[in-house]
Design a protein around this ligand. Sequence first.
Ligand SMILES: *Cc1c(COP(=O)(O)O)cnc(C)c1O
Length: 372
Amino acid sequence: MDEFIPVNTPLVDGNEEKYLSECIRTGWISSEGPFVKRFEREFAHMMGCAHGVAVSNGTAALDVSVEALGIGPGDEVILPTFTIISCIGQIVRAGAKPVLVDSDPITWNMDVSQIENKITSRTKAIMVVHIFGLPVDMDPVLKIAQRHGLKIIEDAAQMHGQKYKGKPCGSFGDISTFSFYPNKHITTGEGGMIVTNDEQLAETCRGLRNLCFQANKRFVHERLGWNYRMTNLQAALGLAQLERLDEFVTRKRKMGARYTELLDGTEGIQLPVVETDYAHNIYWVFGIVLDGTLRFDAEEAMRRLHDQEIGCRPFFYPMHQQPVLRNMGLLAGESYPVAEKLYQRGFYVPSGMALTEDQIERVAETVIEHIR
Ligand SMILES: *Cc1c(COP(=O)(O)O)cnc(C)c1O
């Protein structure tokens, strides 16, 4: 039997070890260490933003962003139903109302034409989530936000190094967030970052990630925050990874191109969009959607590939179908057919940074042979 191909393996063979050793040698291992500020500065700069606030993970970055914008009871936030639970958590906890839109069946991103109909006098923000390596079509979203005076939260967790019409993803939100989980384009093991051009907002985020300690009266709190700090060890990894971001993006595009070349024209499956008029896919993951001609679903497809020693993951389970939200009485009776179908028919194949050419070929051959 062939060796198992995991769905993700990161590449950490640059300056990671060197910078980590420096942390250990100097004793700077906590969030007070010098790599954190350097990573914030350099990362924000590369994303075209003035300020970076490093946090413990991408979910934390979203929690802090929602809180920093003052989103609370009575407010509404528009976001895609086809996303990770991290996006909706703090909206719900804050007592605000999540308002969902469906996906585009081709790009799998939020269908921006559905946004405007969902706006009410209570709408406060649009949370944009770029999906799987192709950005959301931002121009229409920016126009709508401007027309209605709405904030944009841009979840760019799958988009490090991607550009929309030549401008970095992560530079479009009033506040934007990234994750450095090991399957993202750059990783710190666990980690996240908030970027913004708004100094005041950045300062609020710095407070919120650090329990809202105050400079003068440390243990007197005017607001509830979290301990969502990033350690110097994580930032050391992040800096080493950031040095290679361009190389990583190129690598991912090559992987996507190779998968596309090998799988294009295979009956019964839909592949990721290679390119639109606003961006060239960077393939955070290489997704496959089974079309109507195949009489089995993604679960069966993933089982078949797993039997051939190939790791896969399902697509996101839509927010409006989440038991945890339904049980809270939220989103009752709502239906978003494209996202529902994406979950039932979609999965992704091994896409990690360390994936080899041979592995890509074996995955593609196995898909062609077993997914029919
Ligand atoms: C990975 C991811 C997150 C969550 O990041 P964590 O670091 O795992 O908490 C949030 N949003 C999107 C779109 C993601 O892909």
